[in-house]
Design a protein around this ligand. Structure first.
Ligand code: SF4
Length: 408
């Protein structure tokens, strides 16, 4: 609540006094003034910490121009504007990884996103390409909810319960560690994105009787529901429950389960609520207007059910772009993307459903000072913050990704 950025009113938030420190999202303050900097990557050299927006922009542009085709900068949809402006391509994690792989002339891929995204880019990259994550502390809270030992433990328990795992197909969302993608690859499973989750689950049910879906329970449940699977046939596995207790589920429930859902979630999307949708509809109805609601499938089941449409970030962007001029659209996804969509569609009213939502806090850690640092290191021939997936994981993770690609 103390940064200069937070002090400015934000047009996308109706309740100004409840803004979080990063709500403005588009203004750059020196890294040292960022409230959370002490918990970010502090090994960045001292000289970058006090640089203002102007100096950082100039340095990144200079480095970019000098490096030319040698570097590709990727910007995830949820990145702040002061990073997105430098991106050669912007999109979701999978599209960006594919973009990097289609530019083999660039030996360096700077991924302005979070850890699992850089891993995915490394898995798909050519051997001579090196992937760099500007701030090594930029992780993903959802991906962190599925730790490899916990998933292995659950797999063992499920195998004991069902008398084997041949009939269980593990499916991991793109938003997971490379080690879990590898786990899926090694066990007849597959990766999915928020765009193709339904298609992937349909394939999985041709391969086995049950699906073990991680780490996002909401994407798994919403997709299963869209396929007509009853809610009571989708059973939650709570990884916080001590080992040996079937993730807190009953044997009976698991025997009837078609999808076993890992109890993970996105801290950004889980904030959206049914009340927010009802409030938005009531507010505009009182004005004699109608609001359309579009949300991401990482939102809770009841939120997705109450929305007019749901889909990936690319789907949401298209939904807003294709809406008729004058449309009023309430969006349930990360604020940097919503704010960008509002700017790019000035003929429509586009707003974030959550009046107090903060940006993805780990994505926000990619401050321009980190980008300037890694780019200037490249000018001197040094690679810092390289993300390299171990070979034994890369091989199996690629299998899981290729199974997904083969479905297209
Ligand atoms: S928006 Fe959610 S799923 Fe995406 S990186 Fe942030 S915490 Fe992870």
């Amino acid at each position: 609540m103390t940064s200069p950025a937070a002090a400015r009113p934000n047009p996308y938030f109706p309740i100004g006094q409840l803004q979080c420190e990063t709500d403005s999202g588009i203004d750059t303050i020196p890294l040292a003034l960022e409230q959370s900097f002490p918990s970010w990557q502090t090994t960045i050299p001292e000289r970058y910490r006090g640089m203002d927006a102007e100096e950082l922009t100039r340095r990144i542009r200079n480095a970019r121009a000098t490096l030319g085709d040698k570097v590709v900068i990727l910007g995830h949809h949820y990145q702040r504007e002061d990073i997105i402006q430098f991106a050669d391509d912007r999109g979701d994690s999978f599209a960006l990884a594919q973009y990097a792989a289609s530019h083999p002339e660039a030996p360096y891929i700077v991924f302005a996103g979070v850890h699992f995204m850089a891993e995915a880019a490394d898995i798909l990259a050519a051997p001579h390409q090196q992937v760099i994550l500007p701030n090594i502390e930029a992780g993903c809270s959802m991906a962190d909810m599925a730790a490899e030992p916990d998933v292995h433990q659950a797999w063992r328990e499920l195998g004991e319960l069902y008398g084997g795992t041949d009939d269980i197909i593990p499916v991991t969302y793109m938003n997971s560690a490379a080690s879990l993608k590898a786990f899926c690859g090694a066990n007849g499973g597959v990766v999915c994105t928020s765009s193709n989750a339904k298609q992937v689950l349909e394939w999985a049910f041709t391969q086995g009787k049950r699906v073990f879906f991680f780490p996002d329970q909401h994407l798994g449940r919403n997709t299963g529901a869209a396929m007509g699977i009853p809610l009571d046939e989708m059973v939650l596995w709570n990884w916080r429950v001590p080992a040996g207790n079937l993730g807190g589920a009953s044997e009976e429930a698991l025997q009837g389960a078609r999808i076993i859902l890992w109890q993970g979630h996105c801290s950004v999307h889980q904030r959206f609520s049914l009340t927010q949708i009802e409030d938005a509809r009531a507010k505009y109805a009182a004005l004699g207007q109608q609001v359309q609601i579009v949300v991401h499938p990482e939102c809770r089941y009841e939120v997705v059910q109450a929305a007019d449409a749901n889909g990936s970030t690319a789907y949401i962007a298209k939904y807003v772009a294709n809406a008729a001029p004058g449309s009023i659209i309430g969006v349930g996804t990360e604020i940097n993307l919503v704010a960008r969509l509002a700017k790019e569609n000035p003929d429509k009213t586009v707003f974030c459903l959550d009046p107090v939502v903060c940006p993805c806090s780990t994505m926000y850690r990619v401050h321009p000072a980190y980008l300037a640092w890694v780019m200037e290191e490249l000018l001197d021939g040094r690679v810092v913050n390289r993300i390299q997936v171990p070979e034994h994981h890369r091989k199996d993770a690629r299998v899981a990704l290729e199974r997904m690609l083969a479905l297209k």
